[in-house]
Design a protein around this ligand. Structure first.
Ligand code: 9MR
Length: 442
């Protein structure tokens, strides 16, 4: 793909190419104003579908009645076309992020119906031929599977959904039209409500092509019924897609949790691939620096496949493995079955010191990528490091391998060094963990 920036590590897989080879797509939600620099190059290089996180919502495009602002939405569609990507249009009729004039206005039923179908027609027609999938109606259900009492439902009844789909089909016959919701990923009351709703819409001849399952999941709680649930909808004669995948956890994330998250991104991606009518997966933001989770669930996050510095997390390799990648990589360090750390202060002066650290793999299998952690006993701090990336939070130190010393064969070792600051005392740390496993000290 000439002109696309290389992924973070030269040997890393390209998700969009793996997806294409599997006959599917891999998408991400994006923030249009960020589509430059590294954020833009990773978006263009790795994904072959993008969804505007906010830019196509009614409140964004028509903040004042009759006065439109398409700049954000246009920018995203243009970016997609420049990078050979599909666009998931999101979203036309939703109880949230409505413009104030609509949310707080008083309209007769007939007027509200005309306003709503008019909005669908205007927005879909503007992007006719340029949007692959539209989330026509978003989040129409309550948790118990009954219809949500949105302004649209309260005034117009369920027919607002049929009207919106018909207007969208008329405005762009080529776009695939979806209904989309959260907490419908596994079987249960809400999923049953969606299932019945789709049956009713199909029975009325409403032009619905697909059902989106948002996939806002919690670590350790991926529904075991996900694949079966996708399949039962597909069997109704609609396409399905995972449209907003993220898997959140309580911060700070441990290595074990990130490894579990890898397995879970892999499982969700595999579930979609196993269902013929599952058209693709979209993550709701690809980097932890562009995720809604910390804002809405304080203390939680780490929910996406890239860290805040655009480094692929284990989850990224989990997605790649589900898509057929067998190249291994930083996402799967292998088990640490034994390790020994030697820590030596090589020189020390009134306020500073230089230390060298050797990490030895005393286990029986190779390690591919390592994180060494320790706690300072006497309040020292790391000021600079070489041959590892070292960070500190309180007294907790985390050292991550450099590119050239991440692989440690059984019996092999890696070394790195750093300068530190001390005052009062400079006692050596007594315990170290390597990828979460306790090491002996030598
Ligand atoms: O990611 C979106 C975030 O930036 C907005 O503040 C939020 C407002 O509700 O909407 C987020 O996206 C939502 C999506 O449009 C629909 N499903 C739930 C998503 C997360 O809230």
């Amino acid at each position: 793909m000439v002109g696309f920036a290389a992924p973070a590590h030269a040997a890393d897989p390209v998700l969009r190419d793996l997806a294409t080879a599997k006959g599917t797509y891999y998408g991400t939600a994006v923030t249009g104003s960020k589509l430059t620099g590294t954020y833009g190059s990773v978006t263009g290089a790795q994904f072959d579908s993008i969804t505007p996180g906010n830019e196509m919502k009614w409140g964004s495009v028509e903040p004042t009645r009759g006065s439109f602002n398409w700049a954000g939405a246009d920018g995203i569609v243009n970016f997609a076309e420049a990078h050979g990507q599909k666009v998931r249009g999101h979203t036309l009729v939703w109880h949230s992020q409505m413009p104030n004039w609509l949310a707080n206005g008083t309209f007769s039923d007939a007027e509200l119906r005309t306003i709503t179908t008019g909005h669908v027609t205007t927005e879909v027609a503007r992007y006719k031929g340029r949007i692959d999938h539209w989330d026509v109606v978003n989040e129409p259900l309550n948790e118990d599977g009954t219809m949500r009492a949105s302004k649209f439902y309260t005034q117009l009844g369920e027919s607002y959904i049929a009207d919106a789909f018909r207007a969208a089909r008329a405005a762009d016959p080529a776009a695939k039209l979806y209904i989309n919701d959260y907490n419908t990923d596994g079987t249960g009351a809400k999923s049953n409500g969606m299932y019945s709703l789709v049956q009713r819409l199909k029975a009325q001849g409403v032009p619905i092509d697909g059902v989106g399952f948002q996939g806002h999941l919690i670590l350790g709680q991926v529904p075991s019924t996900l694949q079966a649930n996708l399949q039962r909808f597909a069997d109704l004669g609609v396409d399905v897609a995972i449209t907003e995948l993220d898997i959140r956890m309580t911060l700070p994330a441990t290595d074990a949790e990130l490894a579990q998250q890898k397995a879970e991104f892999k499982a969700v991606t595999s579930a979609c691939l196993a269902v013929t009518r599952c058209k693709g997966v979209t993550v709701w933001g690809f980097t932890d620096s562009d995720s809604w989770i910390p804002d809405v669930f304080p203390g939680q996050g780490a929910a996406t496949p890239y860290d805040a510095n655009f480094q692929p997390k284990p989850a990224y390799y989990g997605i790649a493995e589900a898509l057929g990648w067998t190249g291994g990589g930083g996402g799967d360090p292998g088990p640490v079955t034994g390790c020994a750390v030697s820590y030596a202060v090589q020189s020390q002066w009134n306020t500073g010191f230089t230390a060298g650290v050797t990490v030895r793999n005393t286990g029986s299998s190779a390690i591919d990528g390592w994180t060494l952690k320790w706690t300072w006993p006497s309040g020292q701090s790391v000021t600079s490091a070489w041959n590892a990336t070292v960070s500190q939070s309180g007294t907790q130190v985390t050292a991550v391998n450099a590119a050239h010393n991440g692989a440690i064969a059984a019996g092999g070792s890696a070394t790195f060094g750093f300068n530190g600051a001390w005052s009062g005392g400079n006692t050596a740390p007594s315990t170290f963990t390597l990828n979460g496993a306790a090491c002996t000290t030598a």
